[in-house]
Design a protein around this ligand. Sequence first.
Ligand code: MG
Length: 289
Amino acid sequence: MRIATFTSEGHRKVGLVSADGKTVAPLQLTQAQADSGVLTLIESLAEGGSLPEAAAPAVNLDDVVLDAPLPKPRRNLWCVGRNYHAHAKELAASVFKDNAAKTDEWPIVFTKVPECVVGPHDDVLVPSEVSTQIDYEAELAVVIGKGGKNIMRSAAMSHVFGYTVVNDVTARDVQMRHGQWDLGKSFDTFCPMGPWIVTADEFDGTKTRVRCWVNGELRQDGPTENMIFDIPMLIETVSRGITLYPGDVIATGTPAGVGMGMSPPRYLRAGDVVRVEIDRLGAIENKFV
Ligand code: MG
């Protein structure tokens, strides 16, 4: 299933996207449930519930506004740094210079606040008063279904509800100067997400391709097979001593090709359009303003 959160006729709804990707059929949910996007559904299915009935005939996707599938995640998004070999290499002298050695065994994990999530076609606000080094990071995000603590990597995939696309937008100057990365990663609108969640039964996150274009120019193109720490390892790591809940998001890191890694670096400016696409999952495209 591809499950989308969208706004139509002034109300937020959650629905199933048709196989041809042209229509979306809203599900029978209360307005409060729909307002939290796919989260209520994930929680209910994780507890053994069944999919609600369709509430109304399908509508054309062109006639609705897609929202982030999780418009406001229940808590901070877990994010992984330095998780593609080529990306680690391109930034070895900058953001990863202090932890290159110790991250051979353990992934870097930081978080983004849930309030920075925006929809797949929403504008991203360039905070020009506080940063001059805005960068993109195309990423595959895992959405947790059944929660758990101390999840072994051998069982990890049974805890995956599905996958979505995120752009882990980053203010490099702010990221670098504070030791920890959360500030430079959490500015308002810094996590475009969407266009929907593809459920785990229909998508193999271990064998896909993450690409990013800036103004039509291909900048990132990485197969997820090249991850340093694979998805089961990431779930095992994040759940060590910490209970994961249905709807938790783990952004799995970005491939090589970020603006900071170029010589000279090429940062984003107002007017730029960034498109992130993951094969067989979908694409998000956001204007920076
Ligand atoms: Mg990232």
